[in-house]
Design a protein around this ligand. Structure first.
Ligand SMILES: CCCCCCCCCCCCC/C=C/C(=O)SCCNC(=O)CCNC(=O)[C@H](O)C(C)(C)COP(=O)(O)OP(=O)(O)OC[C@H]1O[C@@H](n2cnc3c(N)ncnc32)[C@H](O)[C@@H]1OP(=O)(O)O
Length: 210
């Protein structure tokens, strides 16, 4: 899936709604077993996603905010596999929901949950998704300081799985997907994933989020 919402793939209500609809269509397509998501911004190839669209959260009616927030949660519940450049906040969440993260190895790009730097709080399910990926201590430091990690640092704490030269990101993502798809049978993979996420699913259920 190619994301192309200039200038920086910020996650607006319209863009998220379109993403969710596209994902629903793929879910219903029995021939689709995996998804690589990438940014193809022609003016700005270095950004995966700038995160939630800040303009959607400022000066809007409670109804609009409610609608926006609902689609953010839906997007998060649906995502699968990714590769990227800069991914702050919601952009990082988008990639955290994927099974494997491949990042372009360019120190100009960063990834992380930088909400506190913006004076906002990463919701608990952003935090839990991060904890499940990089552990509690790394999350504690990362979220309180609102850290944005350069590729080498992100790899070190396990926030991304692989760094590759910028021009090879898509090729490596395709090779990785091919490898993952050699695992036989959807059921064993889905069940394994569900088991890994059991506690988190229970927490979401307790908070009435699923
Ligand atoms: C009751 C329900 C309530 C619902 C709502 C309540 C919300 C409550 C808060 C909950 C918190 C939720 C968690 C939040 C998650 C988020 O994702 S917040 C967004 C965080 N994002 C960022 O901090 C990224 C900011 N952007 C950047 O760092 C850089 O822009 C970049 C992505 C690294 C790209 O840099 P560069 O190439 O230098 O481009 P720029 O010149 O900076 O930007 C180009 C234009 O894009 C606009 N823009 C950038 N980011 C955003 C964005 N997130 N939303 C909207 N617009 C964005 C930027 O302003 C530029 O625009 P122009 O000036 O018009 O060109």
């Amino acid at each position: 899936m190619h994301m192309q919402s200039p200038p920086v793939n910020s996650l607006s209500l319209d863009f998220l709604t379109e993403l969710c609809i596209s994902l629903e269509k793929l879910e219903m397509d029995k021939g689709c077993r995996g998804l690589i998501i990438t940014s193809v911004l022609s003016n700005q190839p270095k950004v995966f996603s700038a995160g939630l669209d800040i303009l959607e959260m400022y000066g809007k009616s409670p109804e609009h905010c409610g609608e926006f927030w609902k689609v953010v949660q839906e997007m998060w519940l649906k995502f699968y596999g990714s590769n990227m450049g800069s991914s702050p906040a919601g952009g990082c969440l988008l990639s955290l929901t994927c099974d494997y993260r491949i990042m372009a190895d360019n120190p100009r790009y960063t990834i992380g949950l930088n909400e506190t730097q913006l004076g906002i709080v990463a919701p608990f399910w952003f935090k839990e998704t991060m904890v499940n990926t990089v552990g509690h201590r790394n999350t504690e430091v990362a979220l309180q300081l609102g850290l944005l990690y350069k590729p080498a640092e992100a790899l070190k704490i396990g926030l991304v799985d692989q760094l590759v030269p910028e021009d090879q990101v898509f090729t490596v993502a395709s090779q990785t997907m091919t490898k993952w798809l050699t695992i036989p049978g959807n059921v064993s993979v889905i069940t394994t994933k569900s088991t890994l996420n059991l506690l988190f699913s229970f927490q979401l259920w307790c908070f009435n989020l699923v």
